[in-house]
Design a protein around this ligand. Structure first.
Ligand SMILES: [Cu+2]
Length: 130
């Protein structure tokens, strides 16, 4: 089968376009967007442990993060809990079942007190620095 000149030009063009898109995906601006969306590394771990007085206790109770860093909360206790900003709006883990994990990402500098919605005696603090 012989290809006409127009067909050959068309195929070469198609191959170049596909190769160009592949190059952009690996090296171009799309790639930097993907990197920007990658989850930040978790630099701190807060374990929620069982406590006879408060039901649960955040351990450690206070952590400090820089903007862009993350902390992982792990419910190692024997009850469900939450990690809920005391201001009522900054962040809320929702229900953390026994064994569940939740990642907090530091976005804005500030001092954030948090509690458990089920057990208000559970108190913690996240300090976010610039
Ligand atoms: Cu709780």
């Amino acid at each position: 089968m012989l290809l006409s000149r127009a067909e050959i030009v068309g195929w070469v063009f198609a191959v170049l376009v596909i190769a160009g898109m592949g190059f952009l995906a690996l090296h171009g601006s799309f790639n930097s967007i993907n990197h920007a969306r990658a989850a930040p590394a978790s630099v701190a771990t807060v374990k929620i442990l069982t406590d006879p007085k408060t039901i649960g206790v955040y351990t450690p109770a206070k952590i400090t993060l820089k903007v862009g860093q993350a902390a992982t909360f792990i419910n190692n206790s024997n009850a469900d809990h939450t990690v809920s900003a005391k201001d009522g709006s900054s962040f809320d883990s929702g229900n953390l079942a026994i064994g569940a994990r939740w990642v907090f990402i530091a976005k804005k500098p500030g001092t954030y007190a948090y509690i458990c919605q089920y057990h208000p005696l559970m108190k913690g603090m996240i300090v976010v620095t610039a």
